[in-house]
Design a protein around this ligand. Structure first.
Ligand code: CP
Ligand code: NVA
Length: 302
């Protein structure tokens, strides 16, 4: 694996390889077994948006792997003043061993990989959030023992999370349903690719989507960069919430996942969130383990 730009670029076998290595690294960390696979290497972390989990888990991950990480805020980089990504990519390739980037346009991530000569990892764009969904798959596999055959239902905006969950879920052999208001559907190309497998549905009916689900997933109604639309979205998305009625439509023992940060009382009730907090914080923890696996596979000796 050269880069992680989007899950659509990975084969099901590559996704499994990441999850299996993440399991091993998690086991080793819990048992104090050092794994300095990236000794002496440096990861640059470019952030054009806020982050708690992504920033901290990548930085700790590099430390665990024997390397170091640099936090590069776009407010301070020349990229924030218009230096072209083509030039930034070539300069950073002379200093660093890998780049993690969180930004708006997916094209910027693709360009960084195209013009640079070091691995690029997507830490969220408006289009997708591959690292998060790899962590989600790891968590679901831990709790359900298998991925294939389980039904994953996403409730809410057809955003970056929905796009990556559809691709990751389908590639992992799951059935995926999405419930979103009309006009807020996930990416059209991703939906038609997923529909062709016969394991994907999209509806505006939350209870229909949640029926028989083994995993219920939600995310904020207004993503980073959509702050101006937040008030309007509160009205559009009212009802697109994981609550007791939605849990009752799902299979008994259904688990709940949320990429976080969560807005209790909006996309999820406080009661459902707290009842499933262990699963949700396992998911947050798994960002660390899965991203370490991604970094080893992209940046480690081949
Ligand atoms: N889920 C996630 O990516 O969290 P952060 O925005 O805190 O990085
Ligand atoms: N859809 C959210 C995900 C945050 C991890 C956003 O883009 O803000």
């Amino acid at each position: 694996m050269k880069h992680l730009l989007k899950l659509g670029d990975l084969t099901p076998e590559e996704i499994l390889e990441i999850l299996n290595l993440a399991d091993q690294l998690k086991y080793e960390k819990k048992h104090g077994i050092a794994h300095h696979h990236l000794a002496g290497q440096t990861l640059g972390m470019i952030f054009q948006k806020s982050s708690t989990r992504t920033r901290v888990s990548f930085e700790v991950g590099m430390y665990d792997l024997g390397g170091s990480a640099l936090f590069l805020s776009s407010h301070d980089l020349q990229i924030g003043r218009g230096e072209p990504v083509q030039d930034t990519a070539r300069v950073l390739s002379r200093y660093l061993n890998g780049i993690m980037i969180r930004t708006f346009a997916q094209q910027e991530v693709e360009d960084l990989a195209r013009y640079g000569s070091i691995p690029v990892i997507n830490g969220l764009t408006d289009y997708c959030h591959p690292c998060q969904v790899l962590a989600d798959l790891l968590t679901i596999r831990e709790h359900k023992k298998v991925l294939a055959g389980n039904k994953l239902c996403f409730v809410g905006d057809g955003n970056n999370m929905a796009n990556s969950l559809i691709v990751g879920g389908i590639k992992a052999g799951m059935e995926v349903s999405v419930a979103c208001p009309k006009g807020y559907e996930p990416d059209a190309d991703i939906m038609s690719w997923a529909s062709a497998t016969g394991r994907f549905t999209c509806t505006d009916d939350v209870l229909a989507a949640a029926s028989g689900a083994d995993v219920l997933y939600t995310d904020v109604w207004a993503s980073m960069g959509q702050e101006d639309e937040a008030a309007h979205r509160q009205k559009i998305f009212a009802g697109y919430q994981i609550n007791d009625a939605v849990m009752a439509a799902a299979n008994p023992g259904a688990m709940v996942q949320h990429c976080l940060p969560a807005h209790r009382g909006e996309e999820i009730t406080n009661e459902v969130f707290e009842a499933h907090a262990d699963e949700i914080f396992d998911e947050a923890e798994n960002r660390l383990h899965v991203q370490k696996a991604v970094m080893v596979l992209c940046m480690g000796k081949k």
